[in-house]
Every structure is written in structure tokens, then in C-alpha cells.
Design a protein around this ligand. Sequence first.
Ligand SMILES: [Zn+2]
Length: 164
Amino acid sequence: MLDCLPKRIEPVGLADVGRSFRGEVPVSELSRLAPLLASREGTLNVQLEFGLDERRIRTLKGSIQGSINLVCQRCLGALVFPIDLRICLGIVTSETESDRLPGGYEPLLVSGEPLLTFDVIEDEVLLAVPAIPAHEGSVCETGYRNQPPAQRDNPFSVLEKLKS
Ligand SMILES: [Zn+2]
């Protein structure tokens, strides 16, 4: 396994020779994800393994792990969303081939042109993001807002002390 991610991948050729890669993807590089994020901090650890399965289907398997900072749709606060994805894609070159993929594989449709590695990863992450991200139960900041504000020293009480 190579300790770097190529910028572009040619899935068919890589599957035929069985190459594997691993590396980090800065969340800030995933531009389609950006509108959903409270902050663009963080990195995702990615493993990509190209190969052929026992039925000679070209596959891209691997994992994406890390976390992203989404916006909670209930309190609009930051929500740390853990990412722990298994990738299991069947590499196909046509819709017909895609329809013939056995269960368990999602299609990765390729045209012969190399794909941007980050695009493939971003597609997987976008699929994992909930439609309406929200904190669970009492973690939500709305819970805090309903509580009375903390007792603070009244600035006038300091003046009262000075007078007396
Ligand atoms: Zn919330």
C-alpha cells in the first residue's frame, strides 16, 4: 500500500493491477461539502484498495475515517459528526454494467477519463451526511438557552460598596 493518495485515479487500470493507497484528505479541500460545515477544520484518513473480486468485477474498497463539523439544524451550533465509512464500489463503464452489479456494490461509473481522487471521496462523505443534522437530545445548545443566565455581579453593587 502506497502512503500517498494520487491526485487523479484511473479506476479500471488500477483495479487490473491491484493498487492500494492511503493518505489524508484535508476537509477544507472538499468544496461541495463546505456549505454544510460549521468549520473546515480536520482531516479524513482514507484507504483505497483497487482490485478484482472472485467474479472478476473491478472493485474499489476501502475506508474513510475522521470527523467533520456540521451545523446543527436545531440550535445552529457546531456539531462534530464522526465519519467512519466503508467503501465498496463496483467499477463500471456503462449503465448496463451498473445494472448487472451484484448486491453489496454501489456503482462507480467511469468514462475512461481519470477521476479526481478527492471527488470520489467527497461523493462518499456527502452520501453519509444526514439531510437534517442535529445534536442528540440534551447536547443541543437550545437546552442551555432555556436555562437562566449565570448569576453575575451587578456592576452597581461594586459602586454601593465604594459609597459605604
Ligand atoms: Zn443543536
